[in-house]
Every structure is written in structure tokens, then in C-alpha cells.
Design a protein around this ligand. Structure first.
Ligand code: NCD
Length: 326
């Protein structure tokens, strides 16, 4: 288990009724099925509240430090919007080159500093394990918003919330992950998270060089889920309920020539999708480069823009949970 915050600071609330209060969120491995159902229930309530009233005061007086060492549009702005829609405030640090990081400050010291001013810290960092390192030095909850090619737990939570809202279930699904499964942290987290559900089959479609890491496949295997790697999409597309497309993670390649070789390995077009079910969905954590053609956007199965919106509700739920208000 990841370390719990060392110094709980909320003077109220029964921790039995707020089980996520003060906890770091570092990996999807922390979430039992019951935890997931609970989080989705809170996210669903957040959705209703946002649609009805827009902004409300659940986290009034609370401060989020949003610390991003890597580029981000959706994750950083949805966390900021989530905090503000709950009546809280944000310290945004997305240009670490203008912070003391540029003077050589270590991650533990930066996190210690932000913990003096904020109640919760959202961190994105290029190194695997950075969120756990930050958490070990933070007296305030740290939420992992992506640690290199490691995990992206809040994305996996919003991805599964999307599946639940769109298809009405998280059991008995064939989920096909496509693209960069080696460096794509979102698929590492999502594959792990889906092991909590029943009747899930996982297909991994990728170039040979970008296969799903052995470590993740071992974990999925240990939970007894059927899974198989493929080089081509055609054999598995007709059975697919969720096609999860990913961007080839250019920034994680040491060799630019190796990136050039695989960057256009798969492109989803209306023509390709003619072979898929009518009641399936296509997801993508975004940003998209060339892997889904713009012509497909008008297809009702294209769920990736709706997926971004679900992210707001899930991140509102997570902030409320770790601050003891859900
Ligand atoms: C993803 C990420 O940062 O891992 N983006 C996101 O958070 N929505 C996917 C990507 O960058 O390709």
C-alpha cells in the first residue's frame, strides 16, 4: 500500500465514513471493485450537480497545487476546473521552468513546499515512480496525474466511468487496446483496473516494438483474464465493445528513426470501422495525432470527446474523496 499522509489535517469527519480521506492516489491497484463503484457513484452525483448548478461550495476554502512537469491540456485543466467547480482554489504550476525547479530544487523539496500552502497536490512528472517519491515526502495527499510511462490512475478511472456511462456496464466486455501499449501509461492503468470486473477480455493490438509490457500482462494473467496480443486490428475488431486507441508516445523514444517507423502503424477511419459493431465505442485519452481520422468524429461511436467531459466529474469525485468530503 502506498504511504498514507503523515499528518491528517481536517478537524472533522469520521474516517470510517470517508475512507479515502487523506490518502494518496498513486496507482489503480489501490482501488477495489467496491472503491470503484463508490468513486463512480460520487462522479455521477458530481455530473448531476454540474448539470444542475454548475459550481457549488463542497471544497470551499481548500487549495489544490497543480504541479505539471510534462505538457498537459485535459488533465491539468480538468483538475483546475474540478477544484473551482467545487468552490476551491488552485495554485497552477505548469511551467516548472519558472519555478524553483529551474534552480535545481528536488521533487521532494518542491512537494514539501507546496504542502505548506495547499491541501492536495496533483503531480505529473516524466519519471516512473515520481508520484510515489513525492507522496513519501508529502504530508498532503498526492494524486498521480501520470508518472512517465508508468501509470495514469485518474485517466483509467475516467475511462472506466466513460465505459459505464456509455455502455451501461463494466462486466462482460471485449476491450481492444490499440497503438503504443509500451509507453502509453493510460493503457497500463486501464488494463490493471479492468481486472476488477467479470467477463473482460483484453486484446492488445500494437507493432512488435510497442507491445504491452510483460509486467502488466503478468498481473492481468494472475487475475485470470483472457488476453492476447495481435499485430493487426481486423481479426479482433468485429468482437470489440470498446476500442481504446492511443497516440504513439513520441517523447519517450530515444531513437527518432524508431518513432518514424511506427508512428502511422494504425489509422481508424470510417472505412475501417465498417467492420465493427453498431453498439460499441471508440475511446482515446487524447491528444490525437493521426491515429483517428477526423472523418470518424461524427460517428456516434466516437466517444473520445464525451470521455473528456466525464473526466471532470471523476476528478471532482477524487478531490472530494481525498479531502474527506465524499
Ligand atoms: C495521456 C497522457 O498524458 O498519458 N493524455 C491525457 O492525460 N489525456 C495520453 C497521451 O499523452 O497520449
Amino acid at each position: 500500500m502506498p504511504p498514507k499522509s503523515k499528518r491528517p489535517y481536517l478537524p472533522f469527519g469520521d474516517l470510517q465514513t470517508a475512507p479515502w480521506y487523506g490518502k494518496h492516489i498513486l496507482s489503480v491497484k489501490q482501488f477495489s471493485r467496491g472503491d470503484l463503484e463508490y468513486c463512480f457513484g460520487v462522479a455521477h452525483e458530481m455530473r448531476i450537480m454540474v448539470e444542475r448548478v454548475g459550481t457549488f461550495d463542497l471544497l470551499k476554502g481548500k487549495i489544490l497545487a497543480n504541479l505539471f512537469y510534462e505538457p498537459s491540456t485535459r488533465t491539468s485543466s480538468s483538475f483546475m476546473a474540478a477544484m473551482q467547480r467545487l468552490g476551491g482554489a488552485v495554485i497552477p504550476i505548469s511551467e516548472v521552468r519558472y519555478s524553483s525547479v529551474a534552480k535545481g530544487e528536488s521533487l521532494p523539496d518542491t512537494v514539501r513546499t507546496l504542502g505548506c500552502y495547499a491541501d492536495v497536490i496533483v503531480l505529473r512528472h516524466p519519471e516512473v515512480g515520481s508520484a510515489a517519491l513525492a507522496a513519501a515526502h508529502s504530508q498532503k495527499p498526492v494524486i498521480n496525474a501520470g508518472d512517465g510511462a508508468g501509470e495514469h490512475p485518474t485517466q483509467a478511472l475516467l475511462d472506466s466511468f466513460t465505459i459505464r456511462e456509455e455502455l451501461g456496464r463494466l462486466d462482460n466486455l471485449t476491450v481492444t487496446m490499440l497503438g503504443d501499449l509500451k509507453y502509453g501509461r493510460t493503457v497500463h492503468s486501464l488494463a490493471r483496473l479492468l481486472t476488477q470486473f467479470n467477463g473482460i477480455k483484453l486484446n492488445y493490438v500494437s507493432p512488435e516494438a510497442l507491445r504491452m509490457p510483460q509486467e502488466v500482462m503478468e498481473e492481468v494473467k494472475a487475475k485470470g483474464l483472457p488476453q492476447a496480443g495481435h499485430a493487426k486490428l481486423d481479426p479482433v475488431l468485429p468482437e470489440t465493445d470498446v476500442l481504446y486507441v492511443t497516440r504513439v508516445q513520441k517523447e519517450r523514444f530515444d531513437d527518432p528513426a524508431a518513432y518514424e517507423q511506427v508512428k502511422n502503424a494504425y489509422v481508424i477511419t470510417p472505412r475501417v470501422m465498417a467492420a465493427a459493431k453498431k453498439d460499441m465505442i471508440v475511446m482515446h485519452p487524447l491528444p490525437r495525432v493521426t491515429e483517428i481520422s477526423l472523418e470518424f468524429d461524427a460517428d456516434p461511436r466516437a466517444a473520445y470527446f464525451r470521455q473528456m467531459e466525464y473526466g471532470l466529474f471523476v476528478r471532482m469525485a477524487l478531490l472530494a474523496m481525498v479531502l474527506g468530503k465524499a
